[in-house]
Design a protein around this ligand. Structure first.
Ligand code: PMP
Length: 397
């Protein structure tokens, strides 16, 4: 049946990694793919996870199926991180959490669930957004609409246009928003800007769909969840797709969560019953290992402290590399102002490098950057930073 069918194009970001692997230049640098790297250029297993896994080897007694929403203790652990341990949402049983295969699994579960009850709803995504957002919601049958977000001139958010667009989103539509460390721009809404968004969501009756893939990569775990707390306090319906891929380094363990919040415990129970049906016909029940490892850390005071330190270590390393990149370009006499890279948050930077420069860096210097200029700042190390700064300075001459 495949004879007449054309091959699909490679995934833009993963395709770049393929090209990187084939490159014979020993000095090559991959700033494309979205995983954290330490200064040695490897994606480490966190020490707290290593310890948790050792414990699991000793104590785990079965590989029997998990319930459809996963282990209830995992859901409770996720909710404490999302809302804070003493949150009213938790006390009132207004939230239900399902353990999903990664943040991607959470996004798809949510997309499928909402589609059942809002078959005509559109989903609104930021311009730009993580490419897979459009893919996931299109696959779930949605029409995609865009809201203005990144302002390439000011390197900030197009706040007024964003607000104007959100005011016009029809009731019942879904609005997908990045809670922190916006991918790909690294530019987030702050404080009162979120208050305004929450106010509009409440007044207009559209459904916020929060994507929370980088908790702890912007600032502390608590600071990064500020927007989630604001939505929770508003007493409205919303959902959250969260991921432990980045902050626990559990990329290949597919460890995420889909959380539904409604105005009442009764509505939440109804929503959960339908979410379980959605999961049952998709992947049936979640993979256990990553969730158990994360839960083991969350449930142990000493491991939790160690985790907080390790997340801070990752965050600080990225911030330090941002500074080295910007200062390195200044030191090489580059006139273009790149100081905004220091202000961006999370793993990514919308570098402002044009597609021509990105191509030149790949062809001439074996430096791999995603088209559009998104840099994974964690791909910079003390070994390659001078090479990258030299190359960019040369390219911009
Ligand atoms: N949302 C965003 C914005 C992301 O950047 C990512 C990961 N690149 C995800 C969701 C999905 O994460 P996961 O690997 O846990 O599926």
């Amino acid at each position: 049946m495949w004879k007449e069918i054309e091959a699909a194009p490679a995934d833009a970001i993963l395709g770049l990694t393929e090209a990187f692997k084939k490159d014979k230049n020993p000095g090559k640098v991959n700033l494309g793919v979205g995983v954290f790297k330490d200064d040695a250029g490897t994606t480490p297993i966190l020490n707290c996870i290593k310890t948790a896994e050792k414990k699991l080897v000793e104590t785990e007694t079965t590989k029997g199926y998990l319930p459809i929403p996963g282990n209830p203790a995992y859901g409770a652990g996720v909710q404490k991180l999302l809302f804070g341990a003493d949150s009213e949402v938790i006390r009132s049983n207004r939230a239900a959490t399902l353990h999903t295969p990664g943040g991607t699994g959470a996004l798809r579960t949510g997309a499928d669930l909402l589609k059942k009850f809002k078959p005509a709803a559109k989903v609104w995504v930021s311009t730009p957004t993580w490419a897979n957002h459009k893919g996931i919601f299109t696959a779930a049958g949605y029409e995609i609409a865009d809201y203005p977000y990144y302002n390439a001139e000011t390197k900030g958010v197009k706040y007024d246009e964003l607000i104007e667009t959100l005011e016009g989103v029809p009731a019942g539509d879904v609005v997908l928003m990045h809670v922190c460390c916006h991918n790909p721009t690294g530019v987030d809404l702050v404080g009162e800007q979120w208050d305004k968004v929450v106010e509009i969501a409440k007044a207009k009756g559209w459904t916020p769909f929060l994507d929370f893939a980088y908790q702890g990569f912007g600032d502390s775990i608590e600071e990064d969840r500020a927007a989630v707390e604001k939505f929770a306090a508003a007493g409205i319906d919303f959902v959250v797709a969260s991921s432990f891929s980045k902050n626990f380094g559990l990329y290949n363990e597919r460890t995420g969560a889909f959380t539904i919040v409604t105005p009442s415990a009764e509505e939440t129970a109804v929503a959960l019953s339908h979410a379980k049906l959605t999961v049952r016909v998709n992947y049936s029940n979640p993979p256990a290992h990553g969730g158990l490892a994360a839960l083991t850390v969350l449930a142990d005071d000493a491991l939790y402290e160690q985790w907080i330190d390790e997340v801070a270590g990752m965050r600080d390393r990225i911030k330090a590399m941002r500074a080295k990149l910007v200062d390195g370009l200044v030191a090489r006499g580059v006139e273009q102002d790149f100081s905004y890279i220091k202000e961006q948050r999370g793993m990514f930077s919308f570098s402002g490098l044009s597609d021509d420069i990105v191509e030149w860096l790949k062809v001439n210097k074996s430096i791999y950057i995603v088209k559009g200029g998104r840099i994974n700042v964690a791909g910079l190390t003390s070994k390659n930073i001078d090479y990258v700064c030299d190359a960019i300075a040369e390219a911009l001459k």
